[in-house]
Design a protein around this ligand. Structure first.
Ligand code: ATP
Length: 210
């Protein structure tokens, strides 16, 4: 069975993540899509909310969703979260033949050449990129060259291969970010409908982001 991973800081998880993850699971025809919070974002410094709290919110958000599950595999690692380590480990666990999809946003793709051993990622997985408001595909430089070599528009073909391609998809991008949630809370504004009620309740009970 194919596996799909969707990584992020999820600080906190929001409706934009959940909508895109649901559409990705359907598009990629996987039984479940695994939402993988990073332990320590290598490019961002330590978030003010603990990894356990981010995971708890992810679990609260996905509890009633059969298509989405929270996967804490990166939280068990002492080292910073590097996607190359995650896909290598998942590939070892699932064997060599089935497709592994790493789903990222266009904003993440633009910086992928700063990721650890980024050019080795496609040895282990496909990369599926969803566009996001106000971000365009790179047109020149090392990432653009790498895309040109590996882009595949036919998901059916990719389903037959375990790894090696980059695919772009145009899905529903809600204009919600974790930053906008944190900002609203800091300004005393409501975050209702930006994230599920269970997450709103958790944030309020634990006085997060205040
Ligand atoms: P922050 O505002 O703190 O930067 P974020 O909202 O971008 O956070 P992340 O946890 O960094 O959330 O995002 C994880 C992944 O989800 C990234 O690949 C990002 O592109 C994607 N993503 C985030 N928000 C949306 C959205 N509204 N629609 C679609 N994809 C999104």
């Amino acid at each position: 069975m194919a596996v799909a991973l969707f990584g992020g800081t999820f600080n906190p998880i929001h409706t934009g993540h959940l909508r895109i993850a649901t559409e990705l699971a359907e598009l990629l025809k996987v039984d479940t899509l695994r939402l993988v919070p990073c332990a320590f974002p290598p490019h961002r410094g330590e978030p003010q909310v603990s990894a356990e709290q981010r995971l708890a919110m992810l679990r609260a958000a996905t509890a009633s969703q059969s298509l989405l599950i929270a996967d804490d595999m990166e939280l068990h690692r002492a080292a910073p979260s590097y996607s190359i380590d995650t896909v290598t480990l998942v590939r070892q666990q699932m064997g060599d033949t089935q497709p592994l999809f790493l789903c990222i946003g266009m904003d993440a793709l633009l910086k992928i050449n700063t990721w650890q051993r980024w050019q080795e990622l496609l040895l282990h997985c496909h990369i599926v990129v969803s566009s996001r408001p106000n971000t365009e595909q790179p047109v020149s430089g090392s990432v653009a060259d790498w895309i040109a070599q590996h882009q595949c528009d036919d998901l059916g073909t990719m389903q037959q291969r375990p790894a090696g391609n980059v695919h772009f998809c145009d899905l529903t991008m809600l204009d919600i970010s974790s930053t906008s949630i944190r900002k609203n809370i800091a300004q005393g504004k409501s975050i209702n409908f930006m994230t599920p009620d269970t997450v709103v309740d958790y944030i309020q009970q634990h006085h997060l982001y205040e």
